[in-house]
Write a protein that binds this ligand. Structure first.
Ligand SMILES: Cc1cc2nc3c(=O)[nH]c(=O)nc-3n(C[C@H](O)[C@H](O)[C@H](O)COP(=O)(O)O)c2cc1C
Ligand code: SF4
Length: 325
């Protein structure tokens, strides 16, 4: 039986415990000198690594511009991201960068648009590797661009990016050999996705297809919308978290569970039951940067208040939990 304090090795990278900070855009932060990332971001991620998270997944960063150094990929932003990776490592956390393609109508994309997107998807991973990150996570969840490729009901393309699961994952999987060839041997390539694409079976097949293609880590959130399926009696977490447990049974790569996990008992139950390999705590870690250390030490956390809409989407300074933290 695994314990939350146990380390886990993924593609040669040792993650010191099972508690993960999931990707969360820090909407009201500002970069420095006109760059997207800056000192505020460095302090934010460093604090969560210092707070004991075994793995820190840095917020969704749009890959657009990775190939030409524009947008979120300016020298100033890259310097801040490199500091994040270095500081997290100094505190013993592994660090992964989430990569996203924003929110686009995939059915309207021309072949050249997709080629440019793939060039950015590839280049972004190479840059993340050169900055010192332990890996990347491609954002195939939450209805955004890459999720639309995966969803069999949404994807209406008539080219090689639609058909079976192999075709719907191809936007990434056909890049893997080139990314592997140009990154460290122990560079983690993960995917965040959901189960219903649109049916559960589609999600399971997509997860298995990613795993078979060489994806190292699956982080199961939701796809086009959150699931509404029932959870088994006694399961202490949400339907989205249950999706992770379902997919974990169907794949041999490590799986991260997430969503509304707030207590030490929930984290422990998911790991000790073998339902998931790692557990991500989002708003709980916004509310309490020391969440992981406190849970591991058996101490009470500073709890997230579960506001109707998390204020970190608009103004983090108004988060009522941070004020008490
Ligand atoms: C402010 C905020 C920003 C988020 N940004 C991202 C993101 O960049 N990428 C992503 O995949 N999910 C994002 N999410 C979703 C979280 O990663 C997580 O799945 C969600 O908050 C549920 O987990 P929780 O209940 O532990 O907070 C965000 C959530 C919040 C609250
Ligand atoms: S704003 Fe509310 S929901 Fe968001 S982290 Fe703070 S207490 Fe939790």
């Amino acid at each position: 039986m695994a314990k939350i304090s146990d380390s886990i090795v993924i593609r040669g990278i040792r993650i010191k415990n099972r508690i993960v900070m999931p990707p969360m855009v820090t909407f009201s932060f500002h970069g420095d000198d006109g760059h997207y990332y800056g000192r505020q971001h460095i302090a934010h991620y460093t604090a969560r690594a210092q707070g004991g998270a075994g793995l820190v997944i840095v917020q969704a960063t749009r890959v657009a511009g990775a190939a030409d150094g524009t947008g979120m990929w300016t020298a100033g932003s890259l310097a801040a991201l490199a500091d994040i990776a270095a500081n997290c490592r100094a505190h013993g956390a592994a660090t992964i960068m989430q990569l996203s393609c924003g929110d686009t109508d995939i059915n309207a994309l021309a072949a050249a648009d997709i080629a440019a997107m793939q060039a950015d998807l590839r280049q972004a991973a190479l840059i993340a590797c050169s900055l010192g990150f332990d890996g990347v996570e491609y954002h195939f969840a939450h209805g955004f661009t890459l999720c639309k490729f995966l969803d069999a009901a949404h994807n209406k393309r008539t080219d090689r990016f639609n058909g079976d699961a192999a075709a719907r994952t191809r936007i990434l999987t056909e890049l893997l050999p080139a990314i592997r060839a140009a990154t460290r041997a122990n560079f983690i390539i993960g995917v965040r996705m959901g189960e219903y694409l649109p049916d559960s079976r589609d999600g399971v097949t997509a997860a298995q297809t990613f795993a078979a293609a060489g994806i190292d880590l699956l982080h199961i959130s939701f796809a086009m919308r959150p699931p509404t399926h029932a959870v088994p009696a006694g399961f202490p977490c949400s339907p989205t978290t249950w999706s992770a447990c379902k997919i974990k049974k169907e794949v041999s790569v490590p799986v991260v569970a997430v969503n509304e996990i707030r207590t030490a008992d929930q984290v422990r139950c998911l790991i000790e039951s073998g339902c998931a390999d790692l557990v991500a705590v989002g708003r709980g870690m916004l509310a309490d940067p020391e969440f992981a250390n406190r849970v591991l030490a058996g101490q009470p956390v500073n709890p997230c208040h579960g506001c109707g809409r998390c204020l970190w989407f608009t103004d983090h300074a108004k988060c009522p939990a941070s004020a008490q933290g």
